[in-house]
Design a binder for this molecule. Structure first.
Ligand SMILES: NC(=O)C1=CN([C@@H]2O[C@H](COP(=O)(O)OP(=O)(O)OC[C@H]3O[C@@H](n4cnc5c(N)ncnc54)[C@H](O)[C@@H]3O)[C@@H](O)[C@H]2O)C=CC1
Ligand SMILES: O=C(O)/C=C/C=C(\O)C(=O)O
Length: 479
């Protein structure tokens, strides 16, 4: 079984403590790898190495940085099959998904920001007696902390803009799914990423994650994960007046109007609800349907969901794989029990599914659909982050909006209608950072990405990310 190494000073290193924890393959419940538990001394080494690297890296040309990031993108593509298999083994997600979504997006992230930095420009403002121009300077050493649901996808989404803008990065992938970040560190060595520009430290959130955010040398933190952790990072960072970008949870509403293309909407909402076992912060979790089509929608939705296959992520025909960990499986199951206690009616959901022998001990859970749950009950208010959705009906547009906005979260809403005026009107009033009309997770990497309310702070993507990782300095020159 492989011992994962940290990536510090351009080399692979064992943790100073010599401590490792087991990383489990959730589809089999067997140990897949041993993940280092880093300590402060490993962080000190990473900081020193970043401090040595920063003067040269921050002054390198955009083209030099773009070249090495593009090389890494090429290497991700060249090693796509190994990365996809590792991602599936670590997370339990269907291999088909890792092959078509996770790994292609990881290389796209590197390539996108490699290209973006070559086009990054700043403003100038002229007056009759002076010209002002803005320098966009890297911040220094920044931290990127990523979660377990889309491991390499979100890891690269953070580090690519940070590196492209000339920062040195200390990254901490989730201890639950560390493997592809480890493979990635080998690709960085192969690509010739300069020593110290990127360090990858493995370990727990409470250990090395916490040490990282408490470290005074860290000038900004980009984080994706749970809202409670995001608030802790914000609280630790506030007295340091440090920049934070927080992509947190969601309780995403889907608003289905009677004038939608029903067959298409049902098909797309099945994907929006259950892709990646519902373990995407963007997944639809509260489906609100106009009363006149509610029963028809419900029938078709349940029928389509019943066709989804749950099981071995390596088998091509399975739509859902395993839940990422036993802890997370227990959390989701507790919400299924809560839904029943809160008076919900289970429309679809099986206690046990039949799995092949390889997966007989795996952490599987099929899709669950509930109705008859009030808008204020916990199941409709708290993030479950699993294959559980609720259905409810509304009488008219304003009611749909007030139900959708009745949430502490505000990440991603979807609207399903053929009425363009309605689509614009409702989009404008939805309290979410992202609105998709007649689609879901249609991603253009140039667009601002992030949430309102408890779903986060700041935006990632395109220019927003490049601005986040730079300090704007105005220079005024008198003629
Ligand atoms: N993308 C998203 O929106 C995600 C949301 N979640 C939500 O959060 C819930 C909890 O899941 P967790 O895995 O516990 O998420 P988490 O927020 O604890 O983990 C995300 C990352 O933060 C790190 N981390 C944890 N505590 C930290 C700390 N004090 N300082 C610095 N880094 C820290 C973790 O090691 C991991 O790399 C899930 O049930 C789900 O509802 C979880 C993962 C992703
Ligand atoms: O950037 C994207 O396309 C998707 C991001 C998804 C998350 O941030 C998440 O699930 O946590």
């Amino acid at each position: 079984m492989e011992k994962i190494s940290n990536y510090i000073g351009g080399e692979l290193h064992a943790p100073s403590s010599g401590k490792y924890n087991e990383s489990i393959n959730p589809a089999t419940a067997e140990v897949f790898s041993l993940v280092p538990e880093c300590e402060a001394v490993d962080l000190d080494k990473a900081i020193q190495s970043a401090q040595s690297a920063f003067p040269l890296w921050s002054r390198s040309s955009a083209m030099e940085r773009a070249t090495v990031l593009t090389k890494i993108a090429d290497l991700i593509e060249a090693n796509a099959e190994e990365l996809a298999l590792a991602e599936t083994t670590d997370t339990g997600k269907p291999l088909r998904l890792a092959r078509t979504i996770d790994i292609p997006r990881a290389s796209a992230n590197m390539r996108f920001f490699a290209q973006a930095i070559t086009q990054f420009s700043s403003e100038s403002h002229a007056t009759p007696d002076a010209i002002n121009y803005t320098l966009k300077q890297p911040l220094g050493i920044v931290a990127c902390i990523s979660p377990w649901n889309l491991p390499l996808y979100l890891f690269t989404w953070k580090i690519a803009p940070a590196l492209a803008t000339g920062n040195c990065v200390i990254a901490k992938p989730s201890e639950v799914t560390p493997y592809t970040a480890y493979l990635f560190s080998k690709l960085c060595i192969e690509a010739g990423l300069p020593t110290g520009v990127l360090s990858i430290l493995h370990g727990s959130g409470a250990g090395i994650g916490n040490a990282l955010i408490e470290n005074k040398h860290i000038k900004a933190v980009s984080f994706t994960g749970g809202t409670a952790t995001g608030k802790k990072i914000a609280a630790t960072s506030a007295p340091m007046l440090r920049k934070v970008s927080l992509e947190l949870g969601g309780k995403n509403p889907a608003l289905v109007f009677a004038d939608c293309d029903l067959e298409f909407t049902v098909q797309e909402l099945v994907k929006a609800s259950f892709t990646n076992q519902g373990e995407i912060c963007l997944c639809a979790s509260r489906i609100l349907v106009e009363k006149s089509i509610y029963e028809d929608f419900k029938k078709r939705f349940v029928e389509k969901v019943a066709q989804l296959r749950v099981g071995d992520p390596l088998e091509e025909e399975n739509n859902l794989g395993a839940i990422v960990s036993l802890n997370h499986l227990e959390k989701i199951k507790s919400y299924i029990n809560l839904a029943k206690e809160e008076g919900g009616k289970l429309l679809y959901g099986k206690e046990v599914e039949a799995y092949n022998n390889r997966c007989k001990n795996g952490y599987f859970l099929g899709p669950h659909i509930f109705e008859k749950l009030g808008p204020n009950c916990r199941v409709n208010q708290e993030e479950i982050f699993g294959p559980v959705v609720t259905l409810a009906s509304f009488a008219e547009e304003n009611e749909a909006l007030s139900m959708a906005n009745n949430s502490n979260y505000g990440l991603a809403g979807t609207i399903w209608t053929s009425n363009l005026n309605r689509a614009h009107r409702v989009s404008e009033q939805l309290q979410t950072g992202i609105v998709w009309v007649n689609c879901w997770m249609n991603r253009d990497l140039r667009t601002p990405f992030g949430g309102m309310k408890e779903s986060g702070l700041g935006r990632e993507g395109g220019l927003q990310a490049l601005n986040f990782f730079t300090e704007s300095k105005n220079v005024c020159v008198k003629y």
